[in-house]
Write a protein of this length. Structure first.
Lengths: 267, 790
């Protein structure tokens, strides 16, 4: 299909991007969710602002005890980053299982988080890693904790005109992390994506993609596991999605299987 | 004749242009002044057109024409090419597919076209098609044949209130089958669904109509498997144009799998419109339209019973099937559930009594027609699922049960062909041979030991077998004519020897992935004893090729190749006369080898090139012989060909999630003589992937309103490389006794045999773990497999 006509502008800096986005334009990063939706004419922005080529959004660095990933870093860039592999192997491993090679070379972490597909891989990983999402808009920069970021189906705490600039992830020596995914075979999105981070002291954080209409930190499971129990009920209290590939009961069953497998991987 | 090329894996000539992006597909063709069409399609499965308002749309600059049903009322709807009447004798009900749904009429599937916008650019055509305001009255729809047969069901065609297209019975009289089944010590009974799948050729359908006013001549460029067949159908039955006034070109075509055999409304419409407007008109389907408007495949629901005596010998087979035809009867649709399916229910077994009862039903879905294998995969699925399940139920080994019931080997030469209970006479077969080889490759005893160990774990192992026979090399014209075909199924070939001894071969077969440009040339080069470089193949143009019935039913080499051989025989016969004249001997004194005629017992010879030159410069020439060296032939096969094989799937099933991993896929196929092993392997590999795709991944999902809910690659799962193991293939060769090349056909075998082997393997895995499901509905999604263990 062919998109509706639209205007395109490329931003050279974060501040330029913010000013270009002021009048209701849509930010374009890797474009691997937005462009297909536009081609199907499900999305019809009048103006795209390309933020995919802003140099400071593409860097991956370590700042103190935080890994700092630029919003326009591609999945493959993150997967292949020595820094990420060293400090947070879950991100490297998980990013390597997103989509297919073409998607991984174009799609970005910031684009995925802003799109907030409930079955995308990044949300669970970012949540379990206790990340902070740094955003910038006309009124300046602010930080949103990942647990506050995902507000529902394809919706986030981003205000109009704001873009994600960084994902800041605390890293600590001795921590273990894993992302275990049961993929929908056609889209390769997660039916269940379970991310678990276990600190050197043995505390775990657990988050899921694909299970509910918004990705979530599984606080109930964390409480059980951090209070001496070996197993926990996954996704307790959550509203579970159902589709023709996985019913509610099966999805919940898979969430439990994948929590168990993730815990075994960080044991 | 030489043996330089036949049997060698010569690399495919056509790949150079395909791999370097130099292929020339219909959408690559740009004609001067060419316009672009976009169709306005029904969003509903069943809805009446109450009004169409073009005011806004017609006002847009760049719009050249917008046609609705009223404009095309004089064009006939697209007919069907095969007639199967009711068993009562009532004529098959054949609703023609209208070009566009007219005011007051009803669209009968999502995607049925109501208007077409023709504009200067594709972008304008698409944008403007959204401004065509159609007022619809949505009506109740039915997507499943079972619903269509219920009393009071919505009618697809008002004139056919029971929604039946035709019904059909075949095989032994039902009384005889009932009597045989009454003697059975064990009956394995199973209700099957052979689900609907979407062909998904890589290149979507694309057409360009172009009209030359000065010559009053049309050209249609079309992504088709059979240009002449399209010309025949479109000229004679739809547009009413004399055939000599239409040229149909099928240029490079990116796959068909059956879906590009048929004549579609869009083809006729762009052809017609190009004359109305006086400019060429192109239409290229997008992927979403392809899901909605390409003819689909399969879609059978069956109740099947196989009876066994106390020793495990099959005593009878009784099948009742309902086939979904969709809203209209596509070109070959009636043949698929009947003469390409019922006739295969003998399988490779000596079953003495067989009856099938078939009801073919209209629904509010896009038409169903032949898809790689076409009826034969459905037949194989029934038989091979039943016999594996019977073995489990009776506590017998599934391979032993097969060996016990196999038709004994016959070569069709020393031993006669095998007369089945369902009309066909198999040409040659050795079913013991292929299963024996398959079991060697599997390491059967070791597998069963590993399976027993795995049964104690969370990863169950299973093996599934499928021993199939199919009928291809389609087909003897008189036979198919008696069965309802409205065309002959011969093939034509012209071999034109140029004065320099170089050769142009014109074939009515059409290559859209089969490698004809290489393997046909291998045959010609060897038969003439000349280098392949001296031979080119030309296909796909009705003005260049005398005639052609096209490519489907694994027929190209067996039928089209045989026509080429006939022409070569004529060339060598005439060449010998010229050679004899030059060598001053009798033609009978000559032998032809390595590109020259030699007087037997001497070193006197004349080359093929010299004879060719003499034919065109006939100064010293036999009296009364015509100049030139150029022969056309038509080959009408004596019988179908009957490839067969053994497909073995090994799976690992995760007990916790139901996820199935196909760990081994063994295929031992007997496709007769092999011209190019690499191409045969490629065909087998592709067929296996499609057959496995149906078993594990693919299948349409229609909702209760007749909407296809998984019409994209995000939802409709095609098999991918990482879903598949490295295939283990081997061959046995039992030549076809009735065609000159001894070939049988390899295009569909992989898709025909593999599907039941994969399902059988999962069932076997589950039984090994103590679960006893009789069936898992395809595609075997993890949830369905998991549910079978709950």
């Amino acid at each position: 299909m062919i998109t509706y006509p639209f205007q395109y502008k490329r931003a050279g800096s974060i501040s330029e991007a913010v000013s270009m986005l002021a009048d209701g334009a849509k930010a374009l990063s890797g474009g691997h969710s937005l462009i297909p939706a536009m081609k199907l004419r499900l999305s019809a922005p009048d103006m795209l602002v390309d933020i995919g080529r802003i140099p400071e959004l593409k860097t991956i660095t370590v700042d103190g005890d935080e890994l700092v990933i630029g919003a326009s870093a591609t999945h493959s860039q993150i997967s292949e980053s020595a820094l990420v592999q060293q400090h947070l192997p879950m991100f490297a491993e998980g990013a390597g299982h997103i989509g297919d090679p073409a998607v991984r070379h174009r799609g970005t972490i910031g684009g995925s988080l802003a799109h907030a597909d409930p079955s995308a891989d990044w949300p669970a990983m970012v949540l379990a890693a206790n990340s902070t999402i740094v955003v910038e808009g006309a009124s300046g920069s602010r930080s949103i904790h990942s647990a506050e970021f995902f507000t529902g189906l394809f919706s986030t705490a981003l205000a109009d005109g704001e873009i994600i600039t960084q994902v800041r992830v605390p890293v600590s020596a001795g921590a273990k992390s894993t992302y275990q995914k049961f993929a929908q075979p056609a889209s390769r999105y997660a039916i269940v994506g379970c991310a678990v981070v276990k600190s050197a002291e043995g505390k775990v954080t657990v988050a899921f993609s694909g299970v509910s209409e918004a990705p979530f930190r599984d606080m109930a499971a964390e409480n059980s596991l951090n209070n001496g129990q070996d197993v926990a009920q996954a996704a307790a209290g959550q509203s579970i999605m159902s589709d023709h590939y996985a019913s509610e009961a099966y999805r919940l069953h898979l969430a439990n299987v994948y929590l168990k497998r993730a815990l075994a991987a960080v044991a | 004749m030489s043996n330089r090329y036949i049997g060698e894996s010569v690399k495919r000539r056509e790949d150079k242009r395909f791999i370097t992006g130099k292929g020339r597909y219909t959408d690559d063709i740009v004609l001067p002044g060419m316009l672009h069409a976009h169709f306005v399609r029904s969003p509903y499965a069943h809805a009446r057109v109450l009004s169409i308002d073009l005011t806004e749309a017609k006002a847009v600059p760049g719009v050249i024409a917008i046609y609705t049903g009223a404009d095309v009322a004089a064009i006939n709807g697209v007919p069907c090419g095969w007639q199967v009447n009711f068993r009562s004798g009532e004529t098959m009900r054949e609703p023609k597919h209208p070009m566009l749904i007219a005011l007051g009429e009803t669209a009968k599937h999502v995607g049925d076209a109501v208007a077409v916008v023709i504009a200067e650019t594709k972008e304008i055509a698409i944008d403007v098609s959204e401004m065509v305001n159609v007022e619809w009255e949505e009506l109740d729809a039915i997507a499943s044949p079972a619903d269509a047969l219920k009393p009071g069901a919505p009618k697809v065609h008002a004139q056919f209130p029971d929604n039946k297209a035709f019904d059909w019975t075949f095989g032994n009289p039902i009384e005889e089958v009932d009597a045989a089944m009454a003697t059975a010590a064990h009956i394995t009974q199973l209700d099957f669904v052979n689900q609907r799948v979407v062909p998904n050729a890589m290149e979507p359908r694309a057409y360009i109509g172009s009209y030359d006013e000065t010559a009053d001549k049309y050209t249609l460029y079309t992504s088709t498997q059979n240009p002449h067949l399209i010309r025949l159908l479109m000229c004679a039955f739809v547009l009413g144009i004399p055939e000599h006034k239409v040229r149909v070109v099928g240029p490079d075509v990116g796959g068909g799998f059956g879906s590009k055999i048929y004549h579609y409304t869009e083809e006729a419409l762009v052809t017609w419109a190009s004359k109305q407007i006086g400019q060429p008109v192109k239409w290229t389907s997008d992927r979403s339209e392809a899901f909605l408007t390409d003819a689909h495949g399969r879609d059978h629901s069956s109740k099947a019973e196989m009876g066994f005596d106390a020793d495990g010998n099959i005593v009878g087979l009784r099948i009742k099937t309902v086939a979904n035809m969709g809203a209209y009867l596509s070109t070959f649709a009636p043949a698929v559930p009947t003469y390409l399916h019922g006739t295969l229910l003998q399988g490779v077994y000596t079953t003495p009594k067989i009856n099938i009862d078939m009801t073919c039903v209209f629904t509010h879905t896009v038409a169903v027609d032949a898809y790689r294998g076409a009826g034969r995969p459905e037949a194989t699925y029934l038989l091979e699922r039943l016999i594996d399940l019977a073995a489990l139920e009776m506590g017998k080994d599934p391979t032993a049960l097969r060996f016990q019931n196999f038709i004994p080997p016959f070569d069709g030469v020393e031993q006669p062909g095998y007369q089945t209970q369902v009309a066909l006479q198999y040409d040659s077969g050795n079913y013991h041979g292929i299963l024996t080889r398959g079991l060697e490759m599997l390491g059967y005893a070791d597998f069963r030991a590993a399976q027993a160990e795995a049964a104690k774990t969370n990863k169950l192992l299973g093996v599934g077998f499928s021993t199939y026979v199919e009928a291809c090399g389609i087909a003897p014209s008189a036979v198919v004519g008696a069965l309802g075909a409205r065309a002959g199924l011969f093939e034509s070939a012209q071999v034109r020897v140029q004065p320099t001894g170089k050769v142009s071969v014109f074939t009515g077969s059409h290559s859209h992935g089969q490698g004809h440009e290489t393997k046909f040339v291998q045959v010609v080069a060897d038969k003439l004893g000349i280098p392949m470089e001296d031979v080119d193949l030309i296909h796909g143009d009705s003005d260049t090729i005398a005639f052609g019935m096209g490519t489907y039913g694994s027929r190209s080499l067996a039928v089209g190749g045989s026509a080429i051989v006939k022409s070569i025989d004529k060339i060598l016969e005439k060449g010998a006369k010229i050679a004899a004249h030059k060598l001053e001997c009798a033609a009978g004194d000559l032998e032809y080898a390595e590109g020259k005629w030699t007087v037997k017992g001497t070193d006197k010879s004349i080359s093929f090139g010299d004879v060719s030159l003499t034919a065109y410069v006939p100064h010293v020439y036999p009296a009364g012989l015509e100049p030139g060296l150029d022969f056309s032939s038509f080959y009408d096969p004596a019988n179908f060909t009957y490839p067969f094989g053994c497909h073995i799937a090994v799976v690992e099933v995760d007990k916790e999630t139901g996820k199935t991993t196909l760990t081994r896929m063994i295929a031992v196929d007997d496709v007769g003589n092999v011209i190019n092993p690499m191409i045969v392997d490629g065909q087998i590999h592709g067929g296996l992937a499609q057959g496995i795709g149906q078993a594990m991944f693919e299948g349409t999902i229609y909702d209760e309103n007749g909407q296809l809910t998984n019409g994209s690659y995000m939802d409709y799962c095609m098999p991918r490389a990482d879903d598949l193991p490295m295939f283990e293939t081997d061959r046995q060769v039992t030549p076809c006794p009735h065609n000159p090349l001894g070939v049988k056909g390899a295009g569909e075998a992989g898709a025909i045999g593999s599907t039941p082997s994969v399902v059988n393997a999962v069932i076997d895995a589950l039984w090994s773990g103590g679960y006893k499901p009789k069936d898992i509905v395809m595609p075997m999604t993890p949830e369905r497999v998991w549910l079978a263990m709950q």
